[in-house]
Design a protein around this ligand. Structure first.
Ligand SMILES: Nc1ncnc2c1ncn2[C@@H]1O[C@H](COP(=O)(O)OP(=O)(O)OP(=O)(O)O)[C@@H](O)[C@H]1O
Ligand SMILES: [Mg+2]
Length: 328
């Protein structure tokens, strides 16, 4: 089956500066499935997810690769074509709802506007649909709330509006970049449960950027582990938890205090992620890796591992087997 979204060899750099901030990143999102993009802060998750829809900051650019969505080469689209895809067949949910909601428009009008623009609906029909969508995402008293402005709502309610807007035009794919990080822990769980219900009910594909391995375990099918602008490992959720294919993945698993209490940020691996100017010449994780050997100081190419890949030569050759957080 062809994947709904296919990112192939994506490379993102600051013009004139080597190495790239993100290099040779390849992964897929299958129709109706969820792919998690994980890794510590600064590994390139947001740049990767923003590049897909042409939303990179002005200072950086895609210098190589391709992004296919439903048969369309997104990197070849004009800004106008991309605007028709964003908020239409691809919905987006960001960490800070207020950064994407329009403070001068009522939430009902914002959702209705999207349906008018993308689906050509009349205002009255679109507003009626907006009310249904607000109900669907669990906003109490939706008939009244439709006339509220975003600042009149709590952070959790704003994020629900953002999700209503993301699903307003019957998307096939949702890209969500840490959609709950800015919220209280109890609200986080509610928003994630909502996203999961919607994913199942609407058969959505989701690309989910997260720090949270508990969310990966509950929500996702496939996992892309990024480290310092590279893919360290690409695997399935079971693969990650039962038999990780890169020492960085197993270090992330070990950094979680206990299975079942996995909702913490991944900050417990000694040392820190190097930035683009300071990448080691060999394996980028080698200076922090508990399993490093002298050959790891040579560049490590991608190698196939099961249905996925690893960038660890020792795992690829079978010399190193890592312990998962769970046993088969
Ligand atoms: N506009 C920019 N100009 C220069 N460097 C940038 C820019 N945006 C991001 N970077 C750098 O690119 C790298 C990847 O950033 P990115 O935001 O994708 O990380 P991330 O994995 O999403 O991290 P976090 O978990 O903190 O959100 C970082 O080292 C960051 O400093
Ligand atoms: Mg980010």
């Amino acid at each position: 089956m062809t994947p709904l979204l296919s990112v192939e060899g994506l490379t993102i750099d600051l013009p004139g500066r080597q190495p790239g901030l993100v290099e040779d990143v390849t992964f897929q999102v299958r129709e109706g499935h969820c792919t998690a993009l994980i890794g510590e802060s600064g590994c390139g998750k947001t740049l990767t997810s923003m590049a897909i829809l042409g939303l990179l900051p002005a200072a950086v650019r895609v210098s190589a690769g391709a992004v296919w969505f439903d048969g369309v080469d997104l990197l070849a689209c004009t800004p106008r074509q991309l605007r028709r895809i964003r908020g239409g067949p691809v919905g987006m949910v960001f960490q800070e709802p207020m950064s994407s909601l329009n403070p001068t428009m009522t939430v009902g009008d914002q959702i209705a506007e999207a349906r008018r623009l993308h689906l050509g609906e009349r205002r009255k029909t679109a507003l009626a649909r907006a009310r249904e969508l607000l109900e669907r995402v669990g906003i109490p008293n939706a008939a009244r709330r439709i006339g509220s402005y975003p600042h009149e709502m709590s952070g959790g309610m704003q994020q629900r509006v953002m999700i209503a807007a993301a699903i307003a035009c019957e998307p096939k794919l949702i890209i969500a970049d840490e959609p709950t990080t800015a919220l209280d822990v109890t609200i986080q769980a509610e928003i994630l449960a909502l996203l999961r219900d919607l994913q199942r009910d609407l058969d959505l594909a989701v690309l989910l950027v997260t720090h949270d391995l508990g969310v990966v375990a509950d929500f996702c099918d496939d996992v892309v582990v990024m480290y310092a602008g590279h893919i360290a490992e690409r695997t399935t959720v079971d693969g990650l938890f039962y038999q990780p294919g890169h020492p960085y993945s197993s270090a992330l698993l070990a950094a979680v205090p206990q299975v079942g209490q996995a909702r913490s940020r991944l900050t417990v691996i000694p040392g820190r992620v190097p930035s683009a100017g300071g990448f080691p010449a060999g394996c980028r994780f080698e200076p922090r890796c508990a399993h490093a050997e002298p050959p790891c100081r040579e560049p490590q190419p991608d190698a196939p591992l099961g249905d996925g890949l690893t960038r660890c030569g020792r795992v690829a050759s079978g010399e190193l087997t890592l312990q998962g957080a769970l046993r088969g």
